[in-house]
Design a protein around this ligand. Structure first.
Ligand SMILES: Nc1ncnc2c1ncn2[C@@H]1O[C@H](COP(=O)(O)OP(=O)(O)OP(=O)(O)O)[C@@H](O)[C@H]1O
Ligand SMILES: CC(C)(CO)[C@@H](O)C(=O)NCCC(=O)O
Ligand SMILES: [K+]
Length: 259
């Protein structure tokens, strides 16, 4: 079984792939001080709670936070006796290498999303991921990541308003009843919700304007279903795109190894 680890700037997600389906998905806050032993305590407790018989033979990691990779490597080695594949490292092959400016370190989550989306939908895609940042990944006709857009994340924008303005409270993003808010919270929610609907629509329209072929738009990340309620922004919403991409990259590396 393959343990897929997607480590974002806010959350780290573990998911076990048995070759056909994901047996479970576990989420914890990303903290670079967490040790291999702490990961295992947390992981084994939840696996036991869900009564999952996990026989992990392989581990693949995508991490947007370089500092956490060391302890995750130790975790894989110590508890599963395996050397993990780490997306973005030279020894981890991508099915379709990125075409970007020389020296650019594309976020591994964006490479993984691109691989997952291409596997499911073929090329000519825009993948919109609502994580810590809101990212747009352009996947070319042949499956390569060829660039994109990075905008501030939705929760980050709300948090920035709260931090910078003394009278603005902490609020959660939601779809407001009306655009004209009649209290502070409703005003903030409207600004962020409709602001991001507009941001996504405008950026996708401009990407389509610069790109020479018709494109489909895939939404992913925790807030994609919420924003899909605001307008017709996406052709598809997929909550497991990053995890799926990790299984695709792992399978590709196994195939290459076997050659
Ligand atoms: N209505 C909502 N308001 C606030 N957060 C929400 C809402 N719905 C889902 N979420 C949050 O979305 C998050 C899942 O998002 P996702 O895993 O895509 O990115 P992230 O963990 O925020 O960022 P990163 O992957 O960069 O660490 C969860 O933390 C979940 O609590
Ligand atoms: C943009 C984020 C933070 C989104 O998780 C991540 O993909 C990242 O750190 N990227 C590095 C820069 C780049 O992707 O070009
Ligand atoms: K993510």
């Amino acid at each position: 079984m393959l343990l897929c680890i997607d480590c974002g700037n806010t959350n780290t997600v573990f998911s076990i792939w048995d070759g056909e389906r994901f047996l479970c998905t576990l989420r914890t806050a990303t903290e670079h001080t967490r040790t291999a032993d702490q990961y295992f305590t947390w992981f084994s407790t939840l696996i036991a709670h869900h009564r999952i018989e996990a026989r992990i033979t392989d581990v693949i990691i995508s991490s947007t936070v370089p500092r956490v990779v060391f302890n995750l490597r130790v975790f894989a080695d110590r508890y599963f006796n395996t050397r993990p594949l780490v997306v973005g490292k030279p020894e981890c092959l991508l099915p379709h290498p990125a075409r970007v400016d020389a020296g650019t370190n594309v976020g591994p989550d964006r490479l993984v999303n691109s691989a997952g989306a291409y596997d499911r939908h073929g090329g000519d895609l825009i993948v919109v991921d609502f994580g810590t940042a809101t990212t747009f990944d352009v996947v070319a006709h042949d499956g390569a990541y060829v660039g994109g857009v990075i905008a501030p994340g939705v929760n980050l924008s709300l948090e920035a308003l709260h931090m910078a303005a003394a009278a603005l409270p902490h609020v959660d993003v939601t779809k407001p009843q009306a655009v004209i808010g009649m209290n502070t919270v409703a005003c903030m929610q409207s600004g962020v919700f409709w602001g991001y609907v507009g941001l996504v629509r405008e950026i996708c329209a401009r990407i389509r304007g610069e790109y020479e072929r018709p494109m489909r738009i895939i939404g992913t990340g925790g807030l994609a279903p919420l924003f899909a309620q605001g307008d017709v922004l996406f052709d598809t919403v997929e909550d497991d795109l990053t995890m799926h991409g990790l299984t695709v990259i792992h399978a590709h590396n196994k195939e290459q190894e076997a050659r």
